[in-house]
Design a protein around this ligand. Structure first.
Ligand code: GLN
Ligand code: ZN
Length: 781
């Protein structure tokens, strides 16, 4: 720390505290309510705009009041910041231009959500977070045009409050790297080839912001933390040489987050920009050595992201101060920040009144993280004595976590430590299991099944709400669920489906349902995080060691099985997905946490098997989305992820059939991992990709059974028998009939009963047509 104090003494500027962005909707979910009200016609455009402006102002006041020296502007959004960038650079798809011309707000929402006439932009995950952005569509004929109005207006609002404000823009390189070829454009068109056309537009926006009073502007380039080709790195160098070379511009801060910059660091360090914002948390901590290796940023500003912007845990302030102290020697000035926008965390841990105070002291949401940044900036500038009390309290909080029986359950730890290779392996290799399963199940070729859930009706949700509110008791709720299961089983029998499901009526959510029944998991009351647009989710918090309190699903699966002679498939959420859709603890490697979850699920699998369940599906829709951003991280991730799956499923007898399900069609890069799961059957999304998936599986020599989806459940459209049969014929070209399953793309929970009835009836009829057995389907009236 002595080095730090001398360095600060000789540097004129005190470190500034800042963040890259903040939760958007407000403490009472005001923005969500206003936008949804606008969509339904209950809220006028002016009222929506007023609510938004009010929220922005109160947020800036809050941040400045908390002690931030510089607040971000332009990170606010009615829907998505990538869509805002699309509007800013004028890359509006032709099909949305008329709507946008007619009304800016309605046109904006048309791009986000589509209208009866036009499709929206495609939506996909923002790097490895659970936030979704709208994918820009560009082609050779795209002509960009600057529209800086939103950025300028928001900057003016903040300056009007007499605050030091820093506009935050999505950078031009990342914008193009996130874009995809517009419909009608060659599939191999590379959006980055449009860079030279895009840069003047960025230069114009930067000039406008300068004119409006911006001293600094931040350009976010998170795509540079992924593996980039030499051509992409050269384009980055060109982009910042050009933007940096412009005469009339604010100072530029280029920000990256979510991982180390790697090869892009020397490129940006050489660029004529005044500052870099880097992530120093988790794997991105490698930025520290990388920065030293390039000789630091002499004469420039470093915004050090030492407070993790996407987990929910308190910072180790002492460790962060050490990092900051080292960084002081590497730049002209060092400011303190979160690693990324606080968009990815809930607003305020203090609002969680139901969480045990013992645990609450370990949690930091956006407000608490902002306070940590302020504390660290003060400590860095004025010396650690100025924050001695905070440091002592922080050490005590951290120590209470290490020593807590919640984070250290000796029985769980002993069991995880004793895991053997053999436990994660089925007792027989796949071909021999397949024979045993065939003999036991006696299924026809092209067996039909579904992915698990049936429609989650309003009545089911109402019953759950009534139970929570105490209006009905557990017995009444359970008989409601049983009635639903009866109906689901009866329908599937009538429809002629071969492997049935109970329909998951008891599950509010496929992760939360299990989280609520495992020790170590916490639920939040107000921990909303934006998933996309006005959709917010409350991910459970994986805070401690994981153990099962008792069977979690057996009751419902066994009840369903008691109603029918056909096999009922048990249905579990896999360990990787349990982690991916939660806030995971940061005090041990993910692989260790996954192993604990896997052991708990393994017990459930064992109980299901003991109850007579012949087919058990373990869903892993998140397996691919959690792939580390850099390829170098893939092998280690896939090793623990597939081990966790095999540990979950490896204990069953050969004749018990293990299914898995993943809802995406682009899985080429994890085919090896899918094989390593050693599941017997996999169902995948394929309806929208027209069975391409089946061909890919065949080409890769996938030796097992697979069910590429033949009913796109994302659409209300019901496919006809002939359409499904055509897909199945395509599937048959790739996979033999005894290895091809017939199922929808994903669960049916978001669909209505009438569509589901019709679609599944068509699906069975098509399977029978291809089998050549046209026995009539029982009338499902
Ligand atoms: N079994 C789950 C369901 O049918 C799977 C959902 C998913 O893949 N996301 O709802
Ligand atoms: Zn799915």
């Amino acid at each position: 720390m002595t080095k730090k104090s001398t360095a600060t003494a000789s540097t004129a500027a005190a470190p500034r505290a800042t963040v890259h962005g903040y939760p958007r909707q407000g403490g009472d979910r005001q923005l969500k309510k206003a936008i949804e009200g606008y969509w339904s016609g209950r809220v006028g455009a002016d009222a929506l705009r007023a609510t938004a402006a009010e929220l922005r102002a109160s947020r800036w006041r809050e941040l400045a009041g908390a002690g931030l020296d510089e607040v971000p502007t332009g990170d606010f959004s009615y829907y998505d910041h990538v869509l805002d960038a699309t509007v800013m650079v004028g890359a509006v798809p032709a099909r949305h231009r008329a709507a946008l011309r007619a009304d800016a707000l309605d046109g904006y929402f048309a791009m986000a959500r589509g209208t009866r006439e036009v499709a929206p932009l495609e939506m996909t995950k923002w790097f490895d977070t659970n936030y979704h952005y709208l994918v820009p569509e560009v082609g050779p004929s795209t002509r960009f045009a600057a529209d800086s109005s939103k950025q300028v207006a928001e900057l003016r609002e903040a300056l009007g409050l007499s605050l030091a404000a820093r506009p935050v823009l999505l950078g031009p390189v990342t914008y193009l790297l996130l874009a995809k070829p517009a419909p009608g454009t060659a599939e191999d068109f590379e959006p980055l080839t449009l860079l030279d056309r895009l840069l003047p537009v960025y230069a114009e926006v930067l000039a406008d912001l300068r004119a409006a009073g911006a001293e600094w502007v931040q350009l976010d380039e998170p795509a540079l933390v992924q593996d980039r080709t030499p051509a992409e790195l050269a384009a980055t160098a060109r982009a910042y040489a050009e933007l940096g070379g412009a005469a009339d511009r604010p100072r530029l801060l280029v920000a990256s987050y979510f991982d180390r910059l790697g090869e892009a660091l020397p490129v940006l360090a050489k660029a004529p920009v005044e500052g870099l914002a880097l992530d120093f948390t988790g794997p991105a901590a490698a930025n520290l050595d990388d920065l030293a290796a390039v000789g630091g940023l002499p004469g420039r500003r470093l915004v050090a992201g030492v407070v993790d912007g996407r987990n929910v845990w308190i910072n180790d302030l002492t460790a962060s101060l050490t990092t900051l102290g080292t960084l002081l020697g590497l730049a002209e000035r060092v400011d303190v920040a979160t690693s990324c926008s606080l968009l990815h965390v809930p607003l305020d841990a203090a609002a969680e009144r139901d969480i045990d105070p013992q645990i609450l002291r370990w949690l930091a949401f956006a407000r608490q993280k902002t306070a940590e940044v302020v504390t660290l900036a003060r400590g860095l500038g004025a010396g650690i004595d100025s924050i001695a009390a905070r440091l002592a309290a922080n050490r005590a909080d951290l120590a209470s976590r290490v020593g807590s029986p919640i984070t250290r359950d000796p029985a769980v730890r002993a069991r995880a430590a004793a895991v053997t290779e053999a436990q994660a392996r089925r007792s027989l290799p796949y071909p021999r299991r397949a024979l045993a399963q065939r003999a036991r199940l006696g299924l026809p070729p092209l067996p039909t099944t579904t992915i698990g859930s049936f429609p989650q009706t309003a009545e089911l949700r109402a019953a759950r709400a009534a139970l929570r509110a105490g209006r009905i008791d557990a017995a009444a709720y359970e008989s409601r669920i049983e009635a639903e299961i009866r109906e689901v089983i009866a329908f599937q029998e009538r429809a002629g489906i071969d492997v049935l499901v109970h329909g998951e009526p008891e599950r509010n959510d496929m992760v939360q349902y299990f989280a609520e029944q495992l020790t170590g998991y916490l639920a939040t009351r107000h921990g909303w995080v934006q998933s996309y647009g006005t959709r917010y989710v409350r991910p459970p918090v994986l805070a401690g060691d994981i153990a099962r309190r008792g069977p979690m699903t057996v009751r419902w699966t066994a009840f369903a099985q008691s109603l029918t002679d056909r096999p009922v498939k048990g249905m579990l959420t896999g360990p990787v997905t349990m982690l991916a859709w939660s806030f995971v603890r940061d005090d041990q490697p993910r692989g260790e946490t996954a192993r604990q979850v896997a052991l708990a699920l393994r017990d459930e699998v064992e109980d299901l098997e003991a109850a007579g369940t012949a087919v058990i599906q373990v869903d892993e829709p998140a397996l691919r989305e959690t792939l580390p951003l850099r390829a170098a991280g893939h092998p280690a991730y896939l090793a623990w992820a597939t081990e966790a799956f095999r540990l979950t499923t490896g204990g069953v007898r050969p004749e018990t059939q293990i299914h898995t399900h993943m809802c995406y069609a682009e899985f080429g890069d994890i085919l090896g991992a899918i094989e390593d799961l050693d599941a017997d059957v996999i169902s995948l999304e394929a309806a929208r990709s027209h069975m391409r998936v089946a061909g890919e599986l065949a080409t890769a020599g996938y030796p097992r059974e697979a069910g590429p989806g033949v009913y796109d459940i994302h659409s209300p459209r019901v496919p006809g028998v002939e359409e499904v049969a055509a897909l199945l014929r395509k599937g048959r070209e790739a996979l033999p009939a005894d290895r091809l399953w017939v199922n929808p793309d994903c669960g049916l929970k978001t669909r209505g009963w009438p569509e589901v009835r019709e679609a599944l009836t068509h699906l069975v009829a098509a399977a029978r047509e291809i089998r050549g057995t046209r026995e009539p389907t029982a009338d499902h009236g």
